[in-house]
Design a protein around this ligand. Structure first.
Ligand SMILES: Nc1ncnc2c1ncn2[C@@H]1O[C@H](COP(=O)(O)OP(=O)(O)O)[C@@H](O)[C@H]1O
Ligand SMILES: [Mg+2]
Length: 366
């Protein structure tokens, strides 16, 4: 199917609509004490277990989301992080109105998501990297047309948005092929184009880059950043790839066992949690590893290139000593990788919980 070209008048209309939309600052997201509890029935393995479960069912409550509160300003991009099973997908599904909360409130602009009003559905979108929304046997472009009809997108706006997305995501050759013949990355790009075709003001992205190669991840990140800039859209994003988060989000919300354990600037998290910095040196003549160890923990060393881990508070003093005392050709100072920092945050928390449990106090994670 040919992809229609954008006319000048379509472009003008889209610019006008854009100005009126981005001028509206009222689309904020408010989440208060949000909860989702599941009752899980457990069965012992084997036939005996099945028989026993007829007589007496063991059920257990899972507190998937356990009292979550936060606010998102219009236009903010927030990374939503946490280990598997922390409650990220459940939270996003409640924000998108796909799941009814067990307790608490969510407001997005003037709407309550669980009511799924038409105005609300036009305001948001949810992209799940693990779930497909495009029609398998048709070209992606046909799914775009279906979405145009569902969301009642005017022709001019549809053409303008399509043109823009096809360009940013390089979809020209892809949208005409049957979806089932596309590679994972190509399909994901089409999924990502289909979801905000109606120009929603709030994007929930759940693992949008999962399983994709680095180039494709970068392309998708660029698309999200571009969409955010153009439409002042609010973005809440979960990803296993920290590069997605560091590239797009200043603020992160960390969730663990259904509770928020950090909400703030990524830089604050780094300062708060990472007690060390990495000093990277390039030497002009080799020195011994024993000599280097007197400055800090030698993280890696190959004769001329050295990575030293040093306490954050002593970074400047040690760097000055290194420059004065060693044949340094080049030096850089960095924070440890964010994966390491988040991992450290969780292990610190687990240790505190263990200590509290051992001391007989109730565990607190906040
Ligand atoms: N439909 C369900 N029934 C029972 N438990 C569920 C259901 N959906 C999710 N859970 C549980 O809720 C917790 C949070 O899951 P989820 O929100 O998918 O976590 P995440 O996206 O952070 O990996 C997990 O313990 C998961 O097993
Ligand atoms: Mg998930």
């Amino acid at each position: 199917m040919p992809v229609p070209l954008l006319t000048d008048s379509a472009m003008r209309t889209s610019e006008n609509q854009l100005t009126s939309m981005t001028a509206d600052p009222s689309i904020t997201v408010t989440v208060r004490d949000l909860r989702k509890h599941y009752t899980v029935h457990e069965k012992e393995p084997g036939i005996r277990g099945s028989l026993r479960s007829f007589v007496r069912r063991n059920s257990r409550q899972v507190h998937a989301v356990d009292g979550v509160s936060f606010d998102l300003e219009a236009g903010e991009m927030v990374g939503f992080l946490g280990p598997n099973g922390a409650g990220k997908t459940t939270t996003l599904k409640m924000l998108a109105g796909l799941l009814h909360p067990s307790g608490g409130q969510v407001r997005i602009g003037p709407y309550t998501p669980k009511e799924r009003r038409t105005g609300f559905l036009k305001l948001i979108t949810l992209v799940m990297g693990q779930k497909q929304q495009l029609i398998w046997d048709l070209p992606a472009y046909d799914s775009f047309l279906v979405n145009q009809a569902i969301y009642e997108v005017p022709d001019d706006q549809f053409k303008a948005t399509m043109h823009e997305f096809i360009e940013t995501l390089e979809l020209e050759q892809i949208v005409k092929k049957q979806v089932r013949k596309l590679s994972l990355g190509e399909r994901m790009k089409c999924e990502l184009a289909a979801a905000p075709l109606h120009r929603p003001r709030v994007l929930f992205l759940d693992e949008p880059t999962i399983g994709l190669d680095v180039n494709m991840q970068v392309r998708i990140r660029e698309f999200v950043a571009d969409y955010n800039r153009r439409y002042n859209a609010t973005v809440m994003l979960t990803s296993h790839y920290m590069a997605d988060v560091t590239a797009l989000c200043n603020r992160i919300i960390v969730i663990d066992k259904g509770r928020i354990i950090f909400d703030g600037d990524l830089s604050r998290l780094v300062e708060q949690t990472a007690p060390a910095k990495i000093i990277r040196l390039q030497l002009s003549t080799p020195v011994t590893v024993e000599h280097l160890a007197s400055y800090g923990h030698v993280h890696s060393f190959d004769g001329l290139n050295v990575e030293l881990k040093v306490p954050r508070a002593e970074t400047t003093r040690i760097a000055a000593r290194l420059l004065a005392e060693l044949p340094v050709a080049d030096v850089t100072i960095e924070d440890p990788p964010i994966e390491e920092i988040i991992g450290q945050m969780f292990s610190q928390m687990r240790a505190e919980q263990r200590d509290q449990a051992a001391a007989g106090e109730p565990a607190s994670v906040a």
